[in-house]
Design a protein around this ligand. Structure first.
Ligand code: HMG
Ligand code: MG
Length: 302
C-alpha cells in the first residue's frame, strides 16, 4: 500500500546550481530558496560548504546563509548544507546551521574525483566531522553517490553500496540518501538494493532516494521505491543540475515531475505545484535556458 504523505527533499539550490556554468548572483539564489519555501517544500538544501575552488558556483555559501537567516531566521538554520570535512562543518557552524549532509562515494574512482580521497580515506574525513556535528546537536544526513553505476567503473555491485552506505550511516546519520548519480538505474535494481539495505538493518524509514533522469528512468524508479516503502525523495526544482565531477550526470529528477506523480496517486506533499512551476519558469529565465521538466513545460504553457 502507498503512504498518505511523502517528504520531498529539495536539492535545486545546491545540486542544481552547483552544476550551472553560470554563477548565479547570491541575491537570486536567496530569492530562489525563499520561493521554494513559499511553494511549500518542507526541506530545502541551501548550499555546500565545500572548497570554493572545487565548486566555485557555491563559493558564496556563507553570504547566502546570511541573507536567508536575515529573512527566514531559524527556518534558514534548519536548511541542510553539505559539508565534506571539519573545515566545512566549522563554516556551517559559524552560520548557525542545524542540519548538515556528508556525501560519500560507493566507488573508488568517484571518491578520488569528488573528494580527493580513496574510498577508505573518505571515512577518515567524515568520522570526526559527523562526531563533532552530533556533539553540537546537529542532524546529519549521509549521501552515497554512484549507487547504480559509475561512469568509470561501470556496474556497481549492490553489496558494495550496502557496505559503504551502512558505514556512512553508522557514523551517526539519521538518514541515508542513495544517489543514482548517472541515472542508469532501473526499477528491479532499485528493489534489489532496497531489499539488501533492509537485510543489513537499514529500514526504508531511514532511506531517501536521489534519482537522476538521464535515461528517463527517474519516475519509474521513484514509483518502485515508493511501493517498497520509501517516503523521502530528493528532487530538484525544474530539473536543475547534476554533478560537475560525474561525466554525463545530467538531469536531477525534476520536483514538478515527482509532485505530479505523487499528487496523482493521492499522496500529500504540501507542495503548491503552480507556485513551484512559476518559480522554475522564473529561474529558467535567470539561467537563460528552458527547464527540462515535462511538467514545467506542460503547465507553463497552459
Ligand atoms: P582537498 O584539496 O583534498 O582538501 O579537497 P585538503 O583537506 O587537502 O585542504 C586543502 C585546503 O583546502 C586547505 O587550505 C583547507 O583549509 C581548504 P590551506 O590550508 O591549504 O590554505 N579546505 C576548505 N576550504 C573551504 N571549505 C572547505 C575546505 N576543506 C578544505 N570545506 C575536499 C578535499 C573534500 C575539500 C574537496 O575535494 C571538495 O571540496 N570536494 C567537494 C566536491 C563537491 O562538492 N562535489 C559535489 C557534491 S557531491 C554530489 O553532488 C552528489 C550528490 O548530489 C548525490 C548525487 O547527485 O548522486 C550528493
Ligand atoms: Mg543529484
Amino acid at each position: 500500500s502507498l503512504p498518505e504523505r511523502v517528504t520531498i527533499y529539495e536539492v535545486g539550490p545546491r545540486d542544481g546550481l552547483q552544476n550551472e556554468s553560470t554563477v548565479v548572483p547570491v541575491e537570486t539564489k536567496a530569492a530562489f530558496v525563499k520561493r521554494l519555501v513559499a511553494a511549500g517544500l518542507p526541506v530545502v538544501e541551501a548550499t555546500s560548504f565545500v572548497h570554493p575552488k572545487w565548486v566555485p558556483q557555491l563559493a558564496d555559501a556563507a553570504e547566502l546563509l546570511d541573507l536567508l537567516v536575515a529573512d527566514l531566521g531559524d527556518t534558514a538554520r534548519e536548511m541542510p548544507v553539505l559539508v565534506p570535512n571539519e573545515r566545512g562543518l566549522d563554516r556551517a557552524l559559524e552560520k548557525g546551521s542545524r542540519h548538515v549532509a556528508i556525501f560519500g562515494s560507493a566507488t573508488e574512482t568517484f571518491a578520488q574525483r569528488n573528494l580527493n580521497r580513496s574510498l577508505d580515506d573518505q571515512f577518515t574525513m567524515f568520522e570526526p566531522t559527523v562526531a563533532r556535528a552530533r556533539e553540537a546537536g546537529l542532524d546529519v544526513r549521509a549521501y552515497v553517490s554512484m549507487c547504480f553505476g559509475d561512469p568509470w567503473e561501470g556496474d556497481v555491485p549492490v553489496e558494495q553500496v550496502v557496505a559503504v552506505g551502512k558505514r556512512l550511516f553508522d557514523l551517526g546519520a539519521s538518514q541515508l540518501s542513495l544517489g543514482d548519480t548517472i541515472g542508469v538505474g532501473t526499477p528491479g535494481h532499485v528493489v534489489a538494493l532496497l531489499d539488501a539495505l533492509n537485510t543489513a538493518g537499514l529500514g526504508d524509514d531511514v532511506l531517501a532516494m536521489h534519482f537522476h533522469d538521464t535515461y528517463g528512468q527517474a519516475l519509474s524508479n521513484a514509483a518502485a521505491a515508493l511501493r517498497h516503502g520509501v517516503t523521502t525523495f530528493d528532487a530538484s526544482a525544474g530539473g536543475l543540475g547534476g554533478c560537475p565531477y560525474a561525466e554525463s550526470a545530467t538531469g536531477n529528477l525534476a520536483t514538478e515531475d515527482l509532485v505530479w506523480m505523487l499528487h496523482g496517486l493521492g499522496i500529500e506533499t504540501g507542495v503548491d505545484l503552480d507556485g513551484l512551476v512559476a518559480t522554475s519558469v522564473w529561474m529558467a529565465g535567470e539561467l537563460g535556458r528552458p527547464s527540462p521538466s515535462r511538467v514545467v513545460q506542460a503547465l507553463a504553457g497552459s
